[in-house]
Design a protein around this ligand. Structure first.
Ligand code: GDP
Length: 195
């Protein structure tokens, strides 16, 4: 090859040979109306990642995105069932997900209570030990209607061994950060299990 030994040639080969495609399943949990569908829609239109629909599964509320992180391709399928259609327990046993994203709205106490119930359930079932669990406070653009504080949510997440982030799918605040955070957490949990 004319590029042999050159910087350009070798980096091309090494990035090609190390590319690994991994598939993950992530369930979106929480009260209806908190923004689960909006967040997944935002993931699909993120600027710096490849996104595509799994149209065949569309009727079941599944969407997949491809996230390139540290030279590896991560194909993440988001499962977003309307809350009334499937219990958390049923959802976990049906999909055996790699991560759970538990969402509430910062403007809605009842949705926070629901998120707390879900975290308690995941904790009791020892789910949090093995899988990535991320608590998400959505709708931070509605700051004047806030009824759930950042501090109480942080405390809730940390005592359930979960990560926490506040987002707005409305104004695209922290949405890419959430997507990358989900992938990172899944990879960390998987790496820990391999040890
Ligand atoms: P889901 O039932 O949890 O899937 O919630 P949806 O994604 O359908 O959102 C419910 C409503 O909240 C819709 O009218 C959205 O436009 C609105 N919504 C979702 N995310 C945000 C946000 O970050 N800010 C604001 N202001 N509205 C939002």
């Amino acid at each position: 090859s004319p590029f042999e030994g050159s910087c350009c040639g070798s980096s091309y080969v090494s990035s090609e040979s190390s590319l690994e495609i991994t598939k993950y399943r992530v369930v979106m949990l929480g009260e209806s109306g908190v923004g689960k569908t909006s967040l997944v829609t935002q993931f699909m239109t993120s600027e710096y990642i490849n996104t595509y629909d799994v149209s065949l599964d569309d009727e079941f509320g599944e969407k997949s995105v491809s996230v390139l992180l540290d030279g590896d391709e991560n194909e993440v399928t988001f499962i977003d069932h309307p809350a009334h259609e499937m219990s958390v327990e049923n959802c976990l046993s049906t999909y055996d997900p790699h991560a759970c994203v538990v969402i509430y709205s910062i403007t809605d106490k009842a949705s926070f209570k629901k998120a707390e119930d879900i975290l308690n359930y995941l904790w009791r079932e020892d789910y949090t030990k093995e899988k990535a669990v991320i608590l998400v406070g959505n709708k931070v653009d509605l700051a004047r209607s806030r009824v759930v504080s950042t501090d109480e949510s942080k405390a809730l997440a940390s005592c359930h061994d979960s990560k926490f982030i506040e987002t707005s799918s409305g104004i695209q605040h922290n949405v890419d950060e959430l997507l990358v955070g989900i992938v990172k957490q899944v990879r960390l949990r998987l790496a820990a299990q391999r040890k």
